[in-house]
Ligand binder design. Structure first.
Ligand SMILES: [Ca+2]
Length: 278
């Protein structure tokens, strides 16, 4: 997404601010919004990619805190009034929800199941995965391709050719992830095949809920392998933490060429994982 589109969306945020009624009790918010609105245009012009959302938040948080302290100190108040707090919450929510860049790309196909072998693709991407692609990763230089010459299962694999990338992992780096419905207490066996030329990479699995999460590192390595290497790991879903999903994730942390194929996650008592809607 280009900068022009970002700027158009940020004008929407400005419109949101402008539509609020200017009541006496809202004056604090208007003064705050005026400053925060200016901050919004800094990242929109300089950060046209996914970094925009994070950068905007990073800029706005201390700005809001500073303005809030000034305003309440001046008024002799010890905590925000209700109008101010609601306005602030609405504004922050708008900032995040109006982010013009996606953090991942996903193409869903209900008939493709987990698609751990990357055999089902649409528009050049394997379906049913959250993919951190050149369109979504804020920094780096890489290609994500379907390789029909190097594969372990079926007729193709997922390949990353990475010339430059962040070592942060997650949506900051080339990679993928997916969450699956899972049963607490059940042990899930995750397996996959890797081929690597120069990359450092990490692969995790862990239980998650809407508010919490946990992960185990299955492998973190920069070992190059001229042939496909098989990995297998058993993960027991914690009990008592209200985790209802298991999350699989892979990140590439250093440049090189990397292939992955035939990812499987299966309950050892026969309970299969089912992709969640996310
Ligand atoms: Ca395959």
């Amino acid at each position: 997404m280009n900068a022009a589109t970002c700027k158009t969306k940020n004008v929407g945020v400005s419109g949101f601010v402008g539509k609020l009624r200017r009541r006496p009790e809202s004056e604090q918010f208007f003064r705050l919004a005026k400053t925060a609105k200016q901050a919004m245009f800094v990242p929109s012009s300089m950060q046209p990619d996914a970094a925009k959302r994070t950068t905007a938040a990073a800029l706005i948080r201390p700005l809001l805190r500073q303005q809030q302290t000034k305003l309440f100190k001046k008024k002799g108040r010890s905590k925000p009034d209700r109008v101010f707090r609601l306005s602030l919450a609405a504004m922050l929510a708008t900032v995040f929800l109006s982010g013009c860049s996606k953090m991942s790309e996903t193409i869903r196909d209900e008939n493709a199941g987990m698609n751990g072998s990357f055999e089902v693709t649409k528009s050049g991407l394997p379906v049913n995965w959250l993919l951190y692609t050149p369109n979504t990763v804020p920094t780096g230089d890489f290609d994500l391709i379907i390789d029909q010459t190097e594969y372990k299962e079926g007729t193709q694999s997922l390949k990353f050719i990475v010339r430059e990338c962040s070592a942060t992992g997650g949506w900051h780096s080339p990679g993928l992830s997916k969450e699956y419905h899972a049963v607490p207490g059940e042990t899930y066996r995750v397996s996959f095949w890797i081929k690597n030329e120069g990359c450092e990479y990490s692969i995790h699995i862990g239980g998650v809920s809407a508010f919490d999460g946990h992960h185990e590192t299955i492998v973190k390595s920069r070992e190059s392998t001229s042939t496909w290497k098989h990995f297998e790991h058993d993960y027991k879903m914690p009990t008592g933490k209200k985790f209802d999903r298991v999350r699989f994730g892979m990140s590439i942390l250093q440049p090189g060429s990397f292939w992955i194929d035939d990812i499987r996650i299966e309950g050892t008592s026969g309970k299969s994982v089912i992709p969640t809607a996310r």
